[in-house]
Design a binder for this molecule. Structure first.
Ligand code: FAD
Length: 239
């Protein structure tokens, strides 16, 4: 993303939506993506920090995480499932983790985000202003509509989970990762590194319909092989 041309700081969600209705304007959360390079542009940003969208609360077994909550706060939240805490910590280096937000992570739809995979298996539902609420799985397919704002994500905090990942080193972003969850007799499985975004897959046939792109870290067939092995391991762990 390029150097910004103007900065707006609304005090309410309604004011933010009005500002975002004009062309060339985007929400600004932690800024780790949107403010990352120095090329001049006509992009204007609408800062979400004063909208009251920060915080985590547990109600009736569902955890609601406000969009501008930092990944560091998620990593330290005692009420969050262990997988969510662990992957909020692992997804980013400490310097980025303290400013990057949950809403920015969802809107960025990074194919390699293990946190997004964990949110998917926890039945994540995304709350939006300026668009209808939707499941995270649907939002990852379509992206956030122009002019809309993610206000929060809710997850089912129950269940047993497992993570398996293969990277070039243990701390590197995984080439492929698998996250599984079992709750109320049902299992769910999500993969990173095999599609345009993290995806929920059929736990009985995880690689069906996957056609991953290869890169210098792993060919398409290597990624499919990893997906198959890692899926079997996490499903064994949660069954
Ligand atoms: C060194 C470094 C390492 C990184 N490693 C990883 C990694 O391992 N995995 C990974 O997934 N990402 C990684 N990233 C990318 C980035 O940090 C994450 O995607 C991050 O969580 C983005 O959050 P943010 O709050 O900084 O978003 P911003 O930069 O503020 O925004 C990113 C995009 O999301 C939109 N947006 C933000 N919030 C909202 C909202 N509430 N509603 C609607 N749209 C919104 C913005 O308009 C923009 O288009 C890395 C970045 C850096 C700089």
């Amino acid at each position: 993303m390029p150097l910004i041309a103007a900065y707006h700081r609304p005090d309410s969600v309604d004011e933010a939506l009005t500002l975002l209705a004009a062309p060339n304007r985007k929400p600004l959360a932690g800024g780790t993506v949107i403010n990352a390079d120095r090329d001049a542009s006509d992009l204007e940003v609408v800062d979400l920090q004063a909208l009251g969208l920060t915080g985590i609360e547990l109600t009736d077994g569902r955890l609601r995480i406000g969009a501008t909550t930092s990944l560091a706060d998620v990593a330290e939240c005692a009420e969050a499932p262990s997988t969510i805490r662990e992957l909020a910590r692992r997804d980013q280096p400490a310097s980025v983790r303290s400013i990057a937000t949950v809403g920015g992570t969802i809107a960025s739809r990074d194919a390699e985000s293990t946190l997004l995979a964990a949110l998917l298996v926890h039945d994540a539902q995304v709350e939006l202003a300026g668009a209808d609420d939707t499941s995270l799985a649907s939002l990852l397919e379509t992206g956030v509509r122009d002019g809309a704002i993610i206000t929060a994500v809710t997850i089912d905090a129950s269940g047993t989970t497992a993570i398996e990942a293969t990277g070039r080193t243990p701390a590197d972003t995984p080439i492929v990762a698998a996250v599984a969850r079992s709750a109320d007799g049902r299992t769910s499985l999500a993969l990173t590194g095999v599609s345009e975004t993290p995806v929920l897959v059929d736990s009985d046939d995880p690689t069906a319909a996957l056609q991953p792109s290869g890169d210098f870290r792993g060919s398409s067939s290597y990624r499919l092989h990893l997906a198959s092995i890692l899926s079997a391991r996490v499903m064994d762990a949660v069954r």
